[in-house]
Every structure is written in C-alpha cells, then in structure tokens.
Design a protein around this ligand. Structure first.
Ligand code: GLC
Length: 490
C-alpha cells in the first residue's frame, strides 16, 4: 500500500473511532435503579406540554435573550424607551416585574385541555435565564410573589405551585424547567464588570468565593422547588454552558476557537462553571427519589434523557429522548402566533413515537395568563384523534424499520403492532391497502382498524404484508389525519 493510502486508512479509522466514542459519550445511563425504572415509565407517556412564561411575555419578545449581550437576531432589543442603550434597556426589562399581572391565570383550564389532548406530563419554566422566579423563592426578590409585583396579592400568586398542583390533579407528571445561568443574580453577572455574553462575567477560578455563593444560591433554589412543590418527576435544567470543564476540555475549546474564530465561543465560554451537579443531584434525590434529571446538553449521567430542540432525529436513538417543539409563535408568547395544524401535530407525534421518542410540545401563555384560542382548538382536535388512536402511541417502543413511506410503525411490549398511516392533506378516502415491505405478522394474526373494531383481511406479499380496507370503510374513515391498523397475535 502506498503511503497516501495508509494515511487515509489511518484517518478513516480515527474518524470512525471518534464518532463511535462521540455516540457513546452522548448518553451515560444513570446507575440509580429507581431512575432507570422511572425513565422506563416516562418513555410510556410520549406526549407532554412545555410552557415558557415570564415577565417577558408582556413584550411578546423572545424569552430572556434580549438582555444577553450577544450579536444574534434572538438577542435584539426592540422594545421599551431605550432599545439603543443596553443598560437602560436592562433596567426597563427588569421593571417588567412591576407590571406583570396575569389576572386571568387559570391553570385548571390548561390542565384539563392538556389532559383531553392526551398529554401526560408538563414542564414549566420556574426560572428562565433572566432570573425572574415564577415561584416563591426566599433567595431573591426578583419573583412573582414579591410585593413589587402586582400579582403578589393574587391567591394564585405562586404560579409554579398552582400549575404543578392543577396538572397533578389531572394525573399528569410534573417537571420543573430551571435555568442554571441567572442573569439577574450578582454572583453570576457581577455588577463590577459589564456582562460580555451569556456566561458568568468573571472568572470563577479568580473569584472562588463569589462562585461558591452562586453555586449555593442555585442549589438552594432547586432544593426549594424539590421540597415545597409536592411530588416532582422531572428536573429539566437549561443553560448547558454552565458546567464543569476540565483542563483538557478547556484546551479543546481554545483549539477549536483559534481554528474557527467567530463560532460564538468566547473566553468565558471556556471557563469552568462547575455548578457541582453530582452533589446537587444527590441532594434532590433525597427529597424526590427516582427523580429524572435532565442536565441538558451536558454529556454524562446527569442527563437522563436527551432533548433535541425543535427537530426530530432522522432515526430511532438508542437511549431515552424527547423533542421539544414550538406549537406556535416562539417558546414564549408572541402576538398573533400561528399554531400547528392538528394534522401536522398528529404526524409529528407519530413520527417521534415511531422512533422511540417523546414529544414535549410548547404552548406559551400570554401576559394576561391565557392561552390563545387557537392553541385550545389545536389541542381539542388532537384529543379527538388520540381518543381513538392513543393506544398506538402510549406504552409503545420503536421497532425497525420505524417508518416506511406514509406508514409509521409502533409496537407494544406484548408484540402488538400498529401501522399509523399518515394521510395527505387532500387524502380523505383511505387507501385500498396499507402494508409494509419488510416486516410481517405471524400467521393468523388479527388486523383491525382502530375506531371501528372491524376485522380486516391481510396477506403476505414478498417479505412484507398488506391489509385490505373494504370500500365502505375507505369512504368512512374513523378519524382525520392518520389511520391506524392494529395487528395482534391471536
Ligand atoms: C432555546 C432557547 C431557550 C429555550 C429553549 C427551550 O435554547 O434559547 O430560551 O428555553 O430553547 O428548549
């Protein structure tokens, strides 16, 4: 072999082993057996609700980001009297606390709508990056229950508590979104220096006492949420740049930075922001045994599941995962948001579930404390579909080939198979046959169309099979958007 070939083989081998390593590092199972068991149950739930809500909702802007001095579209400052002056803007932004009064807040109504749509858990922004607490933290006055916020006199002032208890009453699991970075806290963005970007604005190694205060503050707030808010199922931690970085990682960042300037990395991105996750997780699990912890985007055992954002992976992933996806507008409320059509939502859920994931659908409450009417409409149509077809969604697992053409496949633990046929927009009549080319049921298996209970004929074709839909049924499908064939062993 010539030298050049040897070299390319060597490079190839390295690329392969690096990508295999990368894949392995992406998910590290949590050794806690209670957590593993809970994750298994969580994977049965399939469909959850995410809500981003805070004082920013009054301006209808991107949550928190406009106070972050980075030059991205989502950080642009367009509201208030002084969008052209960063420091004045931040004052006005933080002043939104004094006008936040969502008097129409009715979490029971949300919980009922979510439940009727087939959602089985909720994740709520108890604190986003801007640091405003939607719960009654005793470690800050930048919070909904502070006397400087008009809503503090409302009987439902402790918003997070009200949301968790309303959803729990409807039988949903509860999760707390919590941002590890806090841009209001003087121990994260120290007023001595101006903030430079999303990161801590001083070097924790140079000011260890200050950083220690920040670590304690963060642990204390999370512990409040995990002790005073009833049974919690998920701790969903955002702001993955707040993490422990060892010297090799930091060296790697520097190298990457010098080769690719302009990637958004800055000096502070690379500093070690060790929030002492292992210690925190140990403390919170003493209060909430088996708690699922999602230290988003931080490889390691404290990221119990992965959270692709606003996208669906190409294939099934070999570990627990959840796509969080915006239903309309942005993560936080924007005026005139257009919501996903029920067809798109049904197809999205089927696609995700056939790949073994969960869908966490984001709906943003408005400044008055209400959801848009179109959000309710979308959920109600979703509920109609789920009432008929939910059994093809819940408690299923991914089965190869996951999807073929218009058909998504799911499987129950007992081997019952579901073919979810995603109908096109103008497809109101069911196809003559629905089948697969490389998978077939056992002889004598029973095929039915969900929502009709009628037995259907099927036959083997090559390596696959097809189910025939009689003409009468074809013209009268049991529901809109997608039709489900159930295949059971007899
Ligand atoms: C993005 C946004 C952040 C939001 C999150 C939800 O990372 O920047 O504000 O909370 O998505 O997944």
């Amino acid at each position: 072999m010539k030298r050049t070939n040897l070299l390319s083989v060597f490079i190839l081998i390295n690329i392969f082993s690096l990508s295999a390593q990368h894949h392995r590092q992406q998910y590290v199972p949590d050794p806690d057996t209670l957590v593993q068991q809970k994750l298994e149950e969580w994977q049965d739930l399939k469909f959850g609700l995410l809500m981003h809500w805070g004082t920013y909702s009054q301006w209808g802007i991107v949550e928190s980001w406009s106070i972050c001095p980075e030059d991205y579209g989502w950080c642009e400052r367009k509201k208030g009297e002084h969008p052209d002056n960063y420091f004045e803007y931040v004052k006005e932004y933080e002043n939104l606390k004094t006008t936040f009064n969502p008097v129409d807040f009715d979490p029971d109504r949300w919980a009922k709508a979510a439940k009727d749509a087939g959602m089985r858990y909720v994740v709520f922004t108890t604190k986003h990056h801007d640091g405003f607490c939607m719960f009654d933290s005793k470690y800050t006055d930048y919070k909904i229950t502070d006397k400087g916020c008009p809503f503090h006199t409302n009987p439902k002032a402790n918003i997070a508590k009200e949301i968790f208890s309303s959803f729990r009453k409807e039988g949903l699991w509860t999760g707390a979104y919590f941002s590890k970075p806090d841009w209001h806290c003087d121990d994260y963005w120290w007023s001595y220096f101006p903030p430079k970007d999303r990161n801590v604005n001083y070097d924790p190694a140079a000011y260890p006492e200050k950083w220690e205060k920040y670590v304690r503050f963060t642990h204390n707030q999370i512990l409040e949420l995990m002790t005073e808010y009833g049974k919690m199922d998920i701790l969903w931690l955002d702001g993955g740049w707040v993490r422990k970085k060892d010297s090799t990682q930091i060296a790697g960042y520097y190298e990457n930075f010098s080769k690719n300037p302009g990637t958004g990395f800055t000096k502070t991105t690379m500093v070690n922001q060790d929030i002492r996750m292992d210690e925190l997780v140990k403390k919170v699990r003493e209060k909430q045994p088996g708690l699922i912890v999602v230290d988003r985007a931080v490889p390691g055992k404290n990221q119990n599941y992965l959270t692709p954002e606003n996208r669906v992976p190409e294939k099934a992933l070999p570990y627990p995962w959840e796509s969080c996806i915006i239903a309309g507008g942005g993560w936080s409320w924007t005026p005139g948001a257009k919501y996903m059509s029920p067809r798109k939502l049904v197809h999205l859920l089927a696609d995700i579930v056939s790949k073994g994931g969960n869908l966490l659908l984001n709906i943003a409450p408005g400044p008055d404390g209400q959801w848009d009417d179109s959000a309710y409409k979308m959920l109600s149509a979703m509920g109609d579909w789920m009432k008929i077809n939910g059994e093809a969604i819940y408690e299923t697992r991914a089965v190869e080939p996951y999807k073929e053409g218009q058909v998504c496949i799911t499987e129950k633990k007992d081997g019952t198979l579901y073919l979810i046929y995603l109908a096109e927009k103008d497809e109101t009549k069911m196809p003559e046959v629905i089948g697969l080319s490389a998978l077939y049921p056992e002889k004598g298996a029973k095929a039915t169309l969900l929502g009709t209970g009628k037995d259907l004929n099927w036959k083997r074709t090559g390596n696959g099979f097809e189910v025939s839909i009689p003409e009468k049924l074809r013209n009268n499908p049991p529901c809109d958007y997608a039709w489900v064939i159930k295949i059971e062993k007899r």
